[in-house]
Design a protein around this ligand. Structure first.
Ligand code: 5RP
Length: 223
């Protein structure tokens, strides 16, 4: 199976976690796009969605799924999103699509995080994928030096020759050369650096379930 076929498989499989009559938390990315397309087939059974990005909002609305402001919703039963890496404890690296801040906000208001991913995303230790960190632009140079002091190399993510601007009006650093042995400690540490909006390690808001697309079908990992 191709990677896209695996993504479509887990996008479809995630439907069984959607609670009829409720609002569902929806992530961002190519895997989630397959989930959104599948969700449209049961749109009459849900109230709508809270979305983690402008891109997902547009896709949801185009398919006739109402999108609610996260402030208007106290709790969500489930948040469904992809990952760039997921380890065997459910810790993730996210933000390849630059939506990590809103993803972490929606994850925080959800009782259960269901990660949907193809098997290439399962890793023994986080850090091979360049770690996305959303930053306030005036702090960029100092944060690059702080990552260098850790032995890592951070670079501003570019788009059409300029720094990419997130949905929140900030920039993204992609950090290479990290070995993240303790994801909770790492997330706590980097989150406190002035100028960091969101670090792309999701350890405090880790997944409870991962639907992993494999050549043998969808495997369910529970953490
Ligand atoms: C976006 C994300 C995505 O979940 C992550 O990048 C995975 O994307 P894809 O499903 O396209 O591989 O964190 O910010």
């Amino acid at each position: 199976m191709t990677q896209n076929e695996l993504k479509a498989l887990v996008g479809q499989a995630a439907l069984k976690y959607v609670v009829p009559g409720e609002i569902v938390g929806v992530g961002t990315g190519s895997t989630v796009n397959f989930f959104i397309d599948a969700l449209a087939t049961m749109k009459d059974q849900i109230k709508g969605a809270v979305s983690s990005s402008e891109a997902s909002t547009l896709r949801l609305q185009a398919l006739g799924i109402p999108v609610f402001d996260s402030n208007a919703v106290e709790r969500l039963s489930v948040y469904i999103d992809g990952a760039d890496e997921i380890d065997h404890q459910g810790h993730m690296v996210k933000g390849g699509g630059a939506a990590l801040t809103r993803e972490k906000i929606v994850a925080a208001q959800s009782q259960q995080f269901v990660c949907i991913a193809d098997e290439s995303k399962l890793v023994n230790a986080l850090g091979a994928f360049p770690l996305p960190v959303e930053v306030i632009p005036m702090a960029t140079a100092r944060l690059v030096r702080q990552f260098a002091a850790m032995g890592a190399s951070a670079a501003v993510r570019m788009h059409d020759g300029r720094p990419l601007v997130t949905d929140n009006g900030q920039h993204i650093l992609d950090v290479r050369g990290l070995t993240i042995t303790d994801p909770v400690a790492f997330e706590n540490q980097v989150s406190q650096w002035p100028g960091v909006v969101t670090v792309g390690v999701f350890a405090l808001q880790k997944a409870q379930v991962c639907l992993l697309g494999t050549a043998q079908g969808v495997k369910t990992l529970a953490f």
